[in-house]
Design a protein around this ligand. Structure first.
Ligand SMILES: N[C@@H](CCC(=O)N[C@@H](CS)C(=O)NCC(=O)O)C(=O)O
Length: 202
């Protein structure tokens, strides 16, 4: 197996953390997004969307979308379970993960793309839209801070892929000025716990 990856991007980092939690490692191919390698023909032949991660299997089959990639890895290597064991737990984690992707990760990318100088001249930027997205993300972190007052992890009492998605999104949010506030003590407690896991270095 081979992972088309980028050291700084949050989506492939989800897969790296997931693999690390499982004690697995795969060959990595670094795609330099900053220099536009993901938009060149060579990589577009791998993923026409120009996005990482892509997991390439030994028979050449390619999987995109970090959730699907991790679900495939989980099916091959069930321990420790990171996407739930019982049908109910699996549904609850998937529901949480999809919510995080739509309400947290996507607006965080919009805040970054529409306000950061890295994107100047690369895409049409609408600063007001970026700021709106940033506010949406901040409100969502506030909601998660309250939720973490009564649960150890993002999707309940067990560490899961939901924590990986939330943590990598929070780390990435720094580029758009999104950070936990000192008053968000539950969020800060959770972030510290996830950051202390060896997989956080992946
Ligand atoms: N929904 C996809 C998101 C993939 C994605 O957004 N990848 C970003 C890096 S985090 C990317 O490759 N961006 C390339 C670009 O923006 O040009 C997943 O979960 O894998």
């Amino acid at each position: 197996m081979k992972l088309y990856d980028n050291a700084f991007a949050p989506s492939p980092r989800r897969v790296r953390m997931f693999l690390a939690e499982k004690g697995l490692s795969v060959e990595r191919v670094e795609i330099d997004i900053a220099s536009g390698a993901n938009s060149r023909a060579e990589f577009l032949a791998v993923n026409p969307l120009g996005e990482v991660p892509v997991l390439e299997l030994d028979d050449g089959t390619r999987l995109t979308e970090s959730l699907a990639v991790c679900r495939y890895i989980e099916a091959l290597h069930p321990a420790p379970p990171l996407l739930g064991e019982s049908p109910l737990e699996q549904a609850q984690i998937e529901s949480t993960v999809l919510g995080l992707m739509f309400r947290l990760y996507v607006p965080t990318t919009h805040a970054f793309r529409h306000t950061h100088k890295f994107w100047q001249g690369r895409i049409p930027q609408v600063a007001a839209y970026g700021e709106l997205a940033r506010q949406q993300v901040l409100a969502e972190w506030q909601r998660l801070d309250a939720q973490l007052a009564t649960s150890t992890f993002i999707a309940g009492e067990r560490f899961s892929f939901a924590d990986i998605v939330a943590f990598t999104t929070l780390e990435f949010g720094k580029v758009a000025g999104i950070r936990p506030q000192p008053a968000q003590t539950h969020l800060l407690r959770w972030r510290e716990a996830i950051a202390a896991r060896p997989s956080a270095a992946a």
